[in-house]
Design a protein around this ligand. Structure first.
Ligand code: PXP
Length: 254
């Protein structure tokens, strides 16, 4: 029964659509902190935010405030750059997830090429570890990348589920599930914790957790925040928790 890490980036996307460069004293909405509080109350296990270099949604002030106020773990997604590492060392989230990043992309498009960047990533991860920050590497479900993540010192791999989520044929979907099952089994065998995320949805998450072993946390954002527009955040989260098996089905809960 995997845990749920709720990614609240798109609460900030909505806020930034109106309140870019907001000044202190205003109460810009929707509030990122308020969303995290609701998530915590409903039983989400961790909050995930991506502090992008272009600051298109989450801002540094959000991450600082979240890390100060919430009592569930904060997972900070970030590029493995010197500037972002400095931010992380000041903010000290419980976990950092290293992701590849390009300014042109709409969302994170592929896994981090850990195998092709070992010395640099080792240095970044050692610095994060020195501040007692756990490190996860967001990678494609590829055995070479899993092994490289272990070599650079990451404690966790987050398997990129985008190709699975976007598969349009049953065959492609099954092939992806098999690839993820192999990567997860290997990661577990060599002592890594296994997370997964990207594009997971109410419609595809059950099949994923039934086929892929050793899942610790699923990081899910867009599907839940999008559903929240129609049913409210509490209900949207509860519906996902039911699918993950962490809640009994309660038809009248709202
Ligand atoms: N995990 C990582 C590393 C991501 O970059 C994202 C997207 O920001 C997610 C999980 C969540 O993806 P989604 O919003 O599609 O659920």
């Amino acid at each position: 029964m995997p845990e749920l890490g709720l990614n609240i980036d798109h609460v900030a996307t909505l806020r930034e659509a109106r309140y870019r460069d907001w000044k202190k004293g205003l109460a810009p909405e929707p509030g990122v902190l308020e969303a995290a509080r609701v998530a915590e109350k409903v039983g989400v296990d961790a909050i995930t935010v991506h502090l992008r270099e272009d600051r298109r949604h989450i801002q540094e002030a959000d991450v600082k405030e979240l890390s100060r106020v919430i009592s569930i773990p904060l997972n900070l997604e970030m590029a493995a750059t010197a500037a972002m590492t400095r931010h992380a060392l000041i903010i000290k989230p419980e976990e950092v997830c290293l992701v590849p990043e390009s300014r042109e992309e709409v969302t994170t498009e592929g896994g981090l090429d850990v195998a092709g960047d070992i010395p640099r990533l080792k240095g970044v991860i050692a610095k994060l570890h020195s501040a007692k920050i756990e490190v996860s590497a967001f990678i494609d479900a590829d055995l070479k990348q899993v092994e490289a993540a272990h070599r650079v010192g990451a404690q966790t791999v987050e398997l990129h589920t985008g190709t699975y989520a976007n598969a349009t044929t049953l065959r492609a979907c099954r092939a992806e599930l098999a690839r993820h099952a192999r990567a997860a089994a290997f990661a577990h065998e060599i002592g890594l914790r296994v997370n997964a995320g990207h594009g997971l949805h109410y419609s595809n998450v059950r099949e994923y957790i039934e086929d892929v072993p050793h899942l610790h946390t699923l990081n899910i954002g867009h599907a839940i925040i999008a559903r929240a527009v129609f049913v409210g955040l509490e209900k949207a989260i509860r519906e996902m928790l039911v699918l993950l098996g962490s809640r009994e089905f309660a038809p009248n809960a709202d």
